[in-house]
Design a protein around this ligand. Structure first.
Ligand SMILES: *[C@@H]1O[C@H](CO)[C@@H](O)[C@H](O)[C@H]1NC(C)=O
Ligand SMILES: *[C@@H]1O[C@H](CO)[C@@H](O)[C@H](O)[C@H]1NC(C)=O
Ligand SMILES: *[C@@H]1O[C@H](CO)[C@@H](O)[C@H](O)[C@H]1NC(C)=O
Length: 358
């Protein structure tokens, strides 16, 4: 049912048999418009960041080609997971420091997309208030090349930013990485980053040394890193129109061309595993006759008016025009992509608002 609605125009001429045969082709076509080669099979249903939920929930009140949270153009927001590994956990030599490789696979972005904003977020799992008067330094490096021994040589990395964090820091730190993330879209240039957290020396109190003269301190809090990437697919950003308030076609019996009520449940097409929200939506479809004489309310083209006229003389030789969607509106969807990233995306032409004879 779902795919047949997406191709309502074709339906008018397709038989039921070919419709069934085309389901797979239709599914592929729809997925490819989402930049997906196959239905994603998320291995871990990573939690949806609250910011994305908020953006999803307010998406029907906004311009579908602007992400107002960041003040940039875009119709796709991805939460890209960090795939880098820990380089060194606290050891004897550096008891209060952590070094981690950060890697964000940018290949989910299609070539046609324009990256408009990327932001790194380092989120601490504990409240930093436990630090008391202690502070720690945080340094972020861009990795320029890989070396056999790993990236510790200063020549293989470049400092991007360093700062000191104390108990008054918020639960997370953010960096604008738009330029760097753009360069990472070429996989050969993506060596990722290195993050170093280190208990700050000079700011520790004297009593921070224990009896053996070893610097005591507070453990570095656990953290996770993610990259928010906002991009614009200009081909999917035709309308500046707002999403229509859920349109409920009246259920008056009539066999004339008009929108009919159709609720699409993503479970029915087996997509419930990777589509997070909505679980379904009121998509509607167009159905009905385009009889002679074509009245104005049927929104016929001049061509359709002539076609009904010819049909009235020669019903066997010339079919009636088709009842097809002439005005559609977008919806927003939250889903997992093939790399387990959470994606918020606006889709054009998902809800039938008006039908016409064509
Ligand atoms: C990035 O993801 C793509 C699939 O989306 C995969 O083919 C590629 O190997 C990944 N790259 C790395 C370095 O993991
Ligand atoms: C992020 O950085 C880019 C260039 O690196 C800049 O053009 C853009 O204005 C910055 N965005 C924000 C929100 O700071
Ligand atoms: C034709 O368009 C008008 C508005 O332009 C709309 O009110 C009407 O419902 C449309 N007709 C059909 C059959 O959808």
């Amino acid at each position: 049912m779902f795919f047949s609605v997406l191709t309502a125009a074709l339906l008018c001429v397709l038989t039921v048999k070919t419709r069934v045969e085309n389901v797979h082709a239709q599914e592929k076509l729809f997925l490819s418009s989402m930049g997906l080669s196959s239905p994603p099979k998320p291995s871990a249903h990573s939690p949806v960041p609250s910011l994305l939920w908020k953006m999803f929930e307010s998406s029907d009140r906004r311009d579908s080609c602007v992400v107002s949270e960041y003040g940039v153009r875009g119709n796709i927001v991805r939460f890209i997971q960090d795939q880098g590994r820990l380089i060194s956990a606290p050891t004897g030599r550096c008891f209060y420091c952590v070094r981690k490789h950060l890697f964000f696979n940018m290949s989910a972005l299609e070539d046609v997309e324009q990256l408009s904003f990327a932001q790194l977020e380092i989120k601490f799992k504990q409240d930093l208030s436990h630090l008391g008067r202690h502070v720690f330094g945080m340094a972020l490096y861009r990795v320029l090349k890989t070396t056999l021994k790993g990236v510790t040589h200063e020549s293989s990395r470049k400092l991007l930013q360093s700062q000191t964090l104390g108990y008054d820091a918020l639960g997370s730190v953010r960096f604008n990485l738009t330029e760097l993330a753009e360069s990472w879209r070429q996989p050969a240039k993506n060596y990722g980053m290195q993050l170093e957290l280190q208990a700050s020396h000079n700011l520790l109190d004297d009593d921070a040394f224990d009896a053996k003269g070893v610097r005591a301190g507070v453990p570095i809090p656990e953290f996770s890193a993610s990259l928010v990437a906002v991009s614009l697919n200009p081909h999917q950003c035709r309308s500046r129109r707002k999403r229509s308030a859920s349109y409920y076609p009246p259920v008056t019996p009539s066999n004339v061309c008009k929108p009919r009520r159709l609720y699409i449940d993503f479970k029915d097409v087996g997509w419930q595993d990777w589509i997070i929200a909505p679980q379904g939506y009121l998509a509607n479809y167009c159905h009905g006759e385009c009889p002679f004489p074509l009245s104005e309310s049927l929104n016929g083209t001049n061509h359709a008016i002539l076609q009904t006229l010819v049909h009235s003389f020669d019903p066997k030789g010339t079919p009636q025009p088709c009842c097809v969607p002439i005005k559609l509106s977008p919806i927003s969807m939250l889903y997992y992509d093939n790399n387990d990233n959470v994606v918020l995306r606006h889709y054009e032409d998902m809800i039938v608002d008006e039908c016409g004879c064509r």
